[in-house]
Design a protein around this ligand. Structure first.
Ligand SMILES: [Zn+2]
Length: 164
């Protein structure tokens, strides 16, 4: 429309006709709703096809405010295996009937240096393996340590598994 001043009147009509082509400028205004429609359903996974065509007249469902999934408040159901006697505790956590709190609970284990660690260290000393403190390495080996079992409920020591 600004070019109509420098151009002849005949061209002015052409430009007016071209000005009529300004209607396509309105078309991009329809695209932003398409982007909004594509970004709003955040909860929708790739299961549904994303509208790629700009002429999509479908709007996001008004049910979209329910995007927050209903929280499942049901507590997790844990099935404990039958309790084993404390005398049968080994290197792995096990379900026991705690003698302190009379509760079925899974034991928590921790490791402590025991006879196996000391005997290994002394054996290496007797063999003369003392360079660079190698004889202290057995104290870092978990598989040589005794296993202390604590009640998972009251945290009292309920048993000990000794390697030797
Ligand atoms: Zn207990």
């Amino acid at each position: 429309m600004v070019n109509t001043q420098n151009t002849p009147s005949e061209h002015a009509h052409v430009t007016d006709l071209q000005g009529g082509n300004l209607y396509p400028d309105i078309v991009p205004e329809q695209e932003p709703p398409a982007y909004i429609a594509s970004t709003s359903p955040m909860n929708q996974a790739g299961s549904e096809a994303v509208p790629l065509t700009s002429g999509d007249h479908k709007k996001p469902l008004p049910d979209s405010p329910t995007h927050a999934p209903t929280p499942l408040m049901s507590p997790p159901v844990v099935y404990l295996p039958p309790a084993i006697p404390i005398e049968e505790l080994r290197t792995e956590p096990a379900v026991i009937l705690c003698p302190h709190c009379n509760t079925l609970s899974l034991t928590r284990i921790r490791h402590k240096n025991g006879a196996a660690n000391w005997l290994s260290c002394i054996g290496m000393l007797l063999l003369g393996i003392t360079a660079l403190g190698v004889c202290l390495v057995p104290f870092c080996i978990t598989s040589l340590k005794d296993v202390i079992h604590e009640c998972g409920h009251c945290h009292q020591v309920v048993g000990k598994y000794k390697r030797i």
